[in-house]
Design a protein around this ligand. Structure first.
Ligand SMILES: C[S@@+](CC[C@H](N)C(=O)[O-])C[C@H]1O[C@@H](n2cnc3c(N)ncnc32)[C@H](O)[C@@H]1O
Length: 228
């Protein structure tokens, strides 16, 4: 039996939680950014560990859109007609089933098809990490952002917690370009470990402690929670 199949069975039988590569500081930042929001998107869901934290933090009337193609790569997945990761993610997100919307599509296809009730207040991009793919994600999803919405990229900043990232890592390269102003006017509004989060336009106090961002709900603690 293959390693992924054994992992899948262990997760189901031992009721293990969904796996994720996010650090605690990254998870805390996303929870802070998601708190009270009504329209959120996660691009690249895997087993839904971060999705569950976003769903728990968003407004009780909020919607969370989850985008992942969940390719069935293993022969057994194809035989069973399921993706192991999708199965775990759907189980993990069951408590929020009325407020979570699944798009089993590649990112750019989903961005074309999605019909958001409100422009997105938070989009978390964590899918294909090649430069071309993350750049396509940026171009495809940024039009869906609310005017003061936040676009956050995982694996996009070099930091002690992630020595594996370097200037050639797709999201790192893209975020360096955004910071140099090569993709229009964006400002870094929050960061933690390898996550960088941006808003359109010049820096605003919208994610500072106690500040109310342009049209966004009043926020809690400082969004810069990274251990840097
Ligand atoms: C690093 S994992 C996501 C981890 C998740 N965000 C978390 O916090 O636990 C990357 C995921 O992106 C998905 N993916 C790969 N290519 C994609 C694409 N073109 N569009 C959307 N998702 C994609 C993979 O199926 C995989 O589940």
């Amino acid at each position: 039996m293959s390693g992924p199949t054994l992992d899948f069975l262990r997760t189901l039988l031992l009721r293990r939680g969904a796996a994720t590569s996010l650090t605690d500081a990254e998870s805390r930042l996303l929870v802070t950014l998601a708190r009270g929001r009504r329209s959120l998107v996660e691009v690249g869901v895997f087993q839904g560990a971060t999705s569950a934290r976003l769903a728990a933090a968003m407004s009780p009337t909020g919607s969370l859109w989850l985008v992942d193609p969940y390719d069935r790569r293993l022969r057994l997945e194809r035989l069973l007609g399921l993706s192991y990761n999708e199965h775990i993610a759907r189980r993990t997100l069951r408590p929020w089933s009325g407020r979570v919307h699944w798009l089993r599509r590649a990112s750019t296809v989903a961005a074309r098809e999605i019909d958001l009730a409100w422009p997105a207040e938070l989009i978390f991009v964590d899918a294909d990490h090649s430069y071309a793919a993350v750049r396509d994600d940026f171009l495809a999803w940024s039009p869906h952002l609310a005017p003061a919405g936040i676009l956050a990229f995982h694996d996009s900043r070099r930091c002690p917690a992630r020595p594996d990232l370097d200037a050639t890592t797709g999201p790192v390269r893209l975020v360096e370009e955004i910071l140099r102003g090569e993709h229009g006017s964006w400002s870094l509004c929050a960061e933690a470990d390898s996550i960088a989060a941006f808003q359109r336009g010049p820096a605003s106090p919208s994610v500072a402690p106690g500040a109310t961002g342009h049209g966004l709900p009043r926020r809690g603690p400082d969004a810069r929670t990274g251990d840097r």
